[in-house]
Design a protein around this ligand. Structure first.
Ligand code: ATP
Ligand code: MG
Length: 387
């Protein structure tokens, strides 16, 4: 078990993206120093950490440097190679650990883990060889073919209407190991974020309701407007079972579909804070990043409390381009900042690109209706579709 690592120590993080940046902010607020390992000299977390080790995830010297300066290490990027975490774990507490992270990196292993925890997931089959294409059961069509590894933000997946489309779809993904899952009739999507300590203490956030556009998270609402308390409890219980059976230490997000018949189906999980939990920075008394710090330092966990209803809008690079061939220009932040309860978060990325997560905006208010009203006005100012 991790002995408590007191403020003043250095906390290390593998990965320098926006999740690492918000982790660094939370750690610094509590008086920790921070070290980020990321090869990109302009990485959002590297820019704000006390130390930025510019190295690849498997660079022996970089890993040695991170171990040397850090009292404990976490990860913000779910595709950090498990070998790197094993190396680090030999000398320092690493949360989450390599086994849990490797389950989350592999859609097939992840689904198997869900099933083992009595958590239903979409009917699916794994395709590794061309010979398996013919044996795919008919009832998986129409389906979605997803690469087993390395998919994110809707990348690495294609819709497959009929069996006849499957060979071309698989080839389009590079004929790599993939999971074909049945396309389900979604009523809406939710996610649950739990934090678990090395001592086995588990706390959770309220459920987030998530709207995706083109496979990318666009809007999160908390409290989840369409959710019944029975479904809420089932999702929390399921996420806690998943964390417990992994012996998980850290922050874990489980994404669920709620189907039109009211049933709950696990989609996937992320071994780290999650985009759908960013609202917690402004709407909860403890954020998902605060809990990441607490789990890795062996600090006590306290259940986070939602003090304001919130709506989060993701700010993708598309907002910087008035039209497809226009030059990039900054959105009108001043107009947004004039609205009550608007919290603007930008990740310090110099170059906007279509689909790139540049920041997010959280609207808090005393009622959910008010938060939605202001968030819809903000969406209109930004030129985003309404929700
Ligand atoms: P992210 O990393 O952003 O969470 P991802 O690339 O890992 O996304 P998924 O979460 O698997 O991809 O899928 C992205 C979205 O596609 C889901 O949130 C959902 O809207 C839709 N989707 C995925 N699988 C199914 C399914 N079986 N049936 C219906 N819709 C689905
Ligand atoms: Mg997802």
């Amino acid at each position: 078990m991790t002995p408590f690592i007191a403020p003043g120590a250095t906390l290390g993080v593998m990965g320098g993206g926006q999740l690492g940046r918000m982790f660094v902010h939370a750690a610094q607020q509590m008086g920790y120093s921070t070290a980020v390992l990321d090869a990109d000299p302009a990485s959002p977390a590297g820019l704000v950490a006390h130390q930025h080790i510019q190295a690849d995830y498997l660079d022996a010297q970089g890993l040695a440097q991170l171990m040397q300066c850090s009292a404990a290490i976490t990860t913000e990027f779910e595709n950090v190679p498990a070998e790197a975490l094993i190396t680090l774990g030999a000398q320092r507490p690493v949360a989450p650990g390599p086994t849990a992270v490797s389950v989350c990196q592999d859609r097939a292993a992840e689904k198997q883990h869900f099933a083992g925890c009595d958590v239903p997931c979409a009917p699916h089959t794994v395709i590794e060889h061309a010979a398996q294409l013919e044996a795919v059961p008919d009832d998986l069509f129409p389906g979605i073919l997803k690469t087993t590894r390395l998919g994110y933000d809707g990348k690495g997946q294609v819709r497959v209407k009929t069996r006849a489309d499957l060979p071309v779809a698989w080839a389009s993904l590079g004929s790599v190991s993939a999971v074909l899952e049945k396309q389900l009739p979604l009523a809406y999507e939710v996610s649950v974020i739990v934090a678990r300590s090395a001592a086995g203490q588990v706390v959770h956030f309220p459920l987030q309701q998530n709207l995706h556009r083109d496979g990318v998270l666009a809007v999160t609402q908390v409290p989840a407007p369409d959710l019944t308390s029975a479904v809420q409890q089932r999702a929390i219980d399921a996420a806690e079972r998943v964390a417990e059976s992994l012996g998980y230490v850290g922050v874990l997000c489980v994404e669920f579909f709620v189907l039109k018949d009211g049933s709950l189906v696990a989609n996937e999980m992320a071994p780290r804070p999650h985009n759908s939990g960013h609202y917690s920075l402004d709407a909860c008394d403890l954020s998902q990043f605060d809990l990441q710090v607490r789990t890795m330092t062996g600090a006590p966990l306290v259940a986070p409390r939602l003090h304001s209803p919130a709506v989060m809008l993701n700010l993708l690079g598309d907002l910087w381009f008035a039209s497809a061939d226009a030059a990039a220009r900054e959105p009108d932040w001043a107009e947004l900042l004039a609205m009550p309860g608007v919290h603007l978060h930008l990740y310090g990325k110099a170059t906007p690109r279509h689909g790139r997560k540049m920041g997010h905006l959280t609207v808090t208010a005393s009622t959910a209706e008010q938060a939605r009203t202001v968030a819809r006005q903000a969406a209109a100012v930004l030129g985003l579709p309404t929700f």
